[in-house]
Design a protein around this ligand. Sequence first.
Ligand code: NDP
Length: 302
Amino acid sequence: MSTSAVSTSAVNTSSVTVIGLGPMGQAMAGAYLDAGYRVTVWNRTASRADALVARGAVRAATVGEALVANEVVVLSLTDYAAMYSILEPAASALEGRVLVNLSSDTPEKAREGAAWAAKHGARHLTGGVQTPPSGIGSTEFDTFYSGPRDLFEEFKGVLKVITGTDYRGEDPGLAALYYQLQMDLFWTALTAWLHMLALANANGISASEISPFASGTLGGMGRFIDFYTPRIEAGRHSGDVERISMAVASLEHVVHTTRDSGVDATLPAALLETFRRGAAEGYEEESLTRLIEVFGRGAAAK
Ligand code: NDP
């Protein structure tokens, strides 16, 4: 019995199933093949597995077959609803599986997903991957994980084939929460750059001409974060460096420049509106860091 357990475990740590072969799942399955793992794959659109099969992956004919093939099952799906729609019909094959769920969703969905997996006898690790497909297979970037610590420790070696690991805690929602916090920043910052490009283009300036300036500004944001964080923690929002009244005037200039250029001003106008709310709440002469409270009150009111 113990011999068979050892040999099963040896096989299990060098073989995985990957379900979901969008750009991310394909990169993950590819990383496992590169690392010498035996890889079983399944995807709703079967043809997305073709290139991986040509490289040596095994295409499971059914989801059930994909689940029973390996103890570790990596899920890379659009959201948790996709997981239920794929796995519910094959739920009897979940017993004893380790679901490494790298699909993005809310913390609450991740908690529900972990409970659902446990109900079917599977263990669940929530993951939030912090790199696009190009970074998969490298430990240069980390994936947030949460769920049972012993489960994370047991399979850390398997997880490290995908990216570096950053364990956030036992609550299954934590990895999803940290991931969404990063996405909150990521989408806003990247969309701001796209808006900048539209404004530049409308004025005859190309992406390659303006983008170095964008990189300089975004690259310098860390210095702002380092400067403001201790002041925020200390409750210090004095207007000794900048004031909300200045930001309102500056954003009005951005909005007017945008409209004068015939470009959609929805994005800067939303920022202007937020700063005006800060001014109306009495923070006109204080730092923009007061917006944390302005945003926070909005959430509380909902
Ligand atoms: P995609 O949305 O392109 O693909 C995800 C997979 O989900 C596909 O295999 C798709 O199947 C499957 N799928 C979606 N809905 C269903 C459904 N109802 N039933 C069955 N299968 C379904 O995502 P990515 O590969 O880009 O990313 C995967 C996850 O990783 C997402 O949660 C994403 O937010 C996250 N992520 C993505 C990054 C990126 O740069 N792409 C970076 C970091 C995280 P089919 O092929 O049949 O359509």
